[in-house]
Ligand binder design. Structure first.
Ligand code: GAP
Length: 443
């Protein structure tokens, strides 16, 4: 059952603590577009950096890329998006609302009392019509069909059209991959669930080019690696599962596809797709551009069009997953403690430095430590309010550790470390803190 209360609490915490704000809020907001605040931008950046490290820096067989959002319109004809990236829609002539034809049974008619579209006597639904999800705009000053360009609906095509450039400018040989993180845009008809399905989002995609015939083995290998990555992110293993695409679900380009799903408060939903795209995309670009995209295998003296195994995750969706997985409430001494139990590697703030009281030289010592540490890691300094309240504020922000400077610090050069998850405390030497913190904050 959907736990809407939990989602409401998470959305409210995200706004209160500066993780996520609604876009253009002072103008009433823009539908399903969100902005990341000071803590949110750090969290999402840490997740993207972790992905980049695992996919690019830690491997010899993957190169990075940052392709432009705007691409030649023929790219989207070749990829099949102009003809096929559509949802069937029905309009209501009475209330002017628009619904996805295949989701009418789950949708809500805006008329009161609450009913599904078509159930009021005044409802007048049209026949389904296909609606393309790509955002269209114009290049240059002329708003005419010859100058139409699209905001890319996926980053993958930027990789396909650069596959030869990367191959020829690097020392890679098939099998090898190209990874990219970037914005994608979809004019979703039924966006929602906060940052789960939005109209502007970021993808973390990797296309792995392999010799035909080895694709199934690579597909299985990438399935294993990608699930392991989500486990290492600290997500609850019991809330992750596979969903295999059946015949009716498979995208036109895929020979096999699996989703990694997470159990959100609103149910099990996809967070990443792993697809065996065969030579569909390179084949289509070869055909539409007229440029040979075959790979020449010198050792075997043979030419072929590589097959592609794709891993495609949404950076915003993974951020929501990390937030939802981390959120918990506990009763402590009759009060509710709200905690975001992030893995220290993705936590926006790694530690806070807190003088126990604002006197006896404690703020001076605390500021010295804070300035020292923040040259290496994102830190927070807080000297306002009771120490218990300051700990709670850090719990809500997901800060794993607090270093408290107290009366003992000046004499024995030690501080109290307070652990977010257990609330336990220990003392460590001032001169050990940096190494101690770096070890715990590393991926
Ligand atoms: N290149 C393949 C591709 O784009 P997809 O299943 O449409 O496949 C891949 O998208 C991932 O991108 C999804 O698993 C999801 O994490 C993310 N994603 C897709 N549409 C999204 C949206 N409207 N809002 C947020 N994330 C989205």
């Amino acid at each position: 059952m959907a736990d809407t209360t939990l989602m409401d609490k998470l959305v409210s915490l995200c706004k209160r603590r500066g993780f996520v704000f609604q876009s253009s809020e002072i103008y009433g907001g823009l539908g399903s577009v969100w902005d990341y605040g000071p803590l949110g931008v750090e969290l999402k950046k840490n997740i993207k950096e972790r992905w980049w490290r695992a996919m690019v820096h830690a491997r010899d067989d993957i190169e990075g890329l940052d392709a432009a959002i705007l691409m030649h319109p023929k790219v989207w004809e070749a990829s099949g998006h102009v003809a096929g990236f559509t949802d069937p829609l029905v309009d209501c002539r009475t209330c002017k609302a628009r619904f996805r034809a295949d989701k009418v049974a789950d949708a809500q008619c805006p008329q009161k009392p609450s009913k599904h579209p078509g159930e009021h006597s005044t409802c007048e639904l049209t026949e389904p019509r296909l609606f393309n999800l790509m955002f269209k705009t114009f290049m240059g000053p002329m708003a005419e069909s010859a100058s139409v360009v699209y905001l890319r609906p996926e980053t993958a095509q930027g990789i396909y059209v650069n596959y030869l450039n990367v191959l020829n400018s690097s020392r890679q040989r098939v099998p090898f991959g190209i990874a990219q993180i970037g914005k994608a845009f979809r004019n979703e008809i039924t966006p929602g669930n906060f940052i789960f399905r939005t109209r502007e989002f970021e993808q973390m995609e990797m296309q792995f080019f392999v010799k035909p015939g080895t694709d199934e083995e690579w597909f299985e290998r990438w399935r294993g690696l990608r699930m392991a990555w989500h486990h290492e992110l600290g997500l609850t293993p019991a809330k992750l599962r596979w969903h295999a695409h059946g015949d009716g679900e498979l995208a036109h380009y895929a020979k096999a596809a699996y989703d990694i799903e997470y159990e959100f408060p609103f149910g099990w939903q996809e967070i990443e797709g792993i697809h065996n795209r065969t030579d569909f995309d390179l084949g289509r670009h070869q055909e539409h551009s007229g440029k040979k995209l075959e790979y020449f295998d010198q050792a075997a003296n043979e030419r072929y069009l590589p097959y592609v195994v794709e891993t495609s995750a949404g950076a915003d969706r993974v951020t929501l997953t990390v937030l939802a997985d981390a959120y918990r409430e506990e009763e402590v001494e009759g009060e509710i403690r709200v905690v975001l139990g992030f893995h220290p590697a993705v936590a926006p703030i790694k530690a806070a430095v807190l003088p126990l009281v604002k006197k006896d030289g404690m703020p001076e010592l605390a500021l010295e430590l804070y300035h020292d540490l923040r040259r290496h890691l994102p830190m927070f300094y807080d000297d306002s309010g009771a120490i218990g309240r300051r700990y709670r504020r850090m719990d809500e922000a997901g800060t794993p550790f607090c270093f408290t400077i107290d009366g003992q610090t000046a004499t024995d050069r030690t501080v109290t470390v307070r652990h977010r998850d257990t609330m336990s405390q220990e003392r460590i030497g001032l001169d050990q803190i940096l190494t101690w913190l770096l070890e715990r904050s590393a991926g």
